[in-house]
Design a protein around this ligand. Structure first.
Ligand SMILES: CC(C)(COP(=O)(O)OP(=O)(O)OC[C@H]1O[C@@H](n2cnc3c(N)ncnc32)[C@H](O)[C@@H]1OP(=O)(O)O)[C@@H](O)C(=O)NCCC(=O)NCCS
Length: 211
């Protein structure tokens, strides 16, 4: 009897700790990926899609309509010279990918990719929910590689969350390869409690499963 009461108490405490740490602490893992731009296999979307650069106002309107990312991110990206490549079905903007030329900062992971000559960072990206599953994302990525290669860039970097299967599939299809895995735990959203950086040869099998 005593041991049962003890067990219930323990379970209650464990649950309480889970709830509290779920609120205070957040753990996430991302994979940094790399693409050599000397060989690009352009992926075709399953729909008739056109690709062109998108102006700031149009991308902000699209992002607001889909609740995707922050308008202040757009201001920051544009002020640093980043450009946004859009995917259009007829006149309609249905997806985008950002391209950065100086650095890209992952706030959650307290990590920054500083880009050297000939290097660019591709992302974040978004495809409107009603257009998903038509390979627009890998097509956008490979179109961005083509634009970069035309401008003399040699390497593109990107990243993908380990649990984002749809994104991993697109990233693999576009020819990106994993280079580094970063895991971090944040407390109270701001304070970085723990971080690890390791090589990511095969993303622990995820890469091969997605191919
Ligand atoms: C990740 C994302 C950009 C992929 O775009 P997409 O154009 O749908 O990509 P694909 O067509 O290549 O589909 C990739 C996978 O999504 C899955 N998928 C298929 N149909 C889908 C649908 N209707 N809805 C959601 N996912 C679908 C499939 O697993 C597919 O892989 P497969 O082609 O090997 O079967 C899109 O899901 C998205 O905008 N997500 C939210 C934002 C995000 O996560 N961005 C990426 C990180 S910055």
């Amino acid at each position: 009897m005593v041991s049962r009461i003890k067990r219930i108490r323990q379970l209650g405490l464990t649950r309480a700790i889970q709830v509290l740490t779920g609120y205070w602490a957040k753990k996430d893992t991302t994979i940094i990926v790399r693409k050599d731009l000397s060989r690009i296999n352009v992926v075709q979307a399953k729909l008739d899609v056109q690709y062109r650069w998108v102006e700031k106002a149009a991308i902000q309107e699209f992002m607001a309509a889909h609740g995707a990312f922050n308008a202040s991110d757009v201001d920051d990206f544009v002020s640093r010279g980043a450009r946004c490549l859009g995917a259009f079905v007829g006149p309609r903007l249905v997806g985008y990918v950002w391209i950065h030329y100086d650095y890209y900062r992952f706030l959650f992971f307290d990590h920054q990719i500083v880009l050297g000559p000939g290097e660019a960072f591709v992302g974040p990206a978004f495809v409107a929910p009603e257009y998903r599953g038509s390979r627009i994302y890998p097509a956008l990525l490979t179109q961005s590689f083509r634009e970069l290669a035309k401008e003399g860039f040699r390497v593109a970097y990107g990243n993908v969350g380990v649990t984002n299967t749809a994104s991993i599939r697109g990233i693999v299809r576009a020819g990106f390869r994993p280079v580094k895995r970063i895991t971090a735990v944040r407390l109270f959203r701001r304070f970085l409690a723990w971080k690890s950086e390791e090589p990511a040869e095969d993303m622990g099998g995820i890469w091969h499963e997605a191919q």
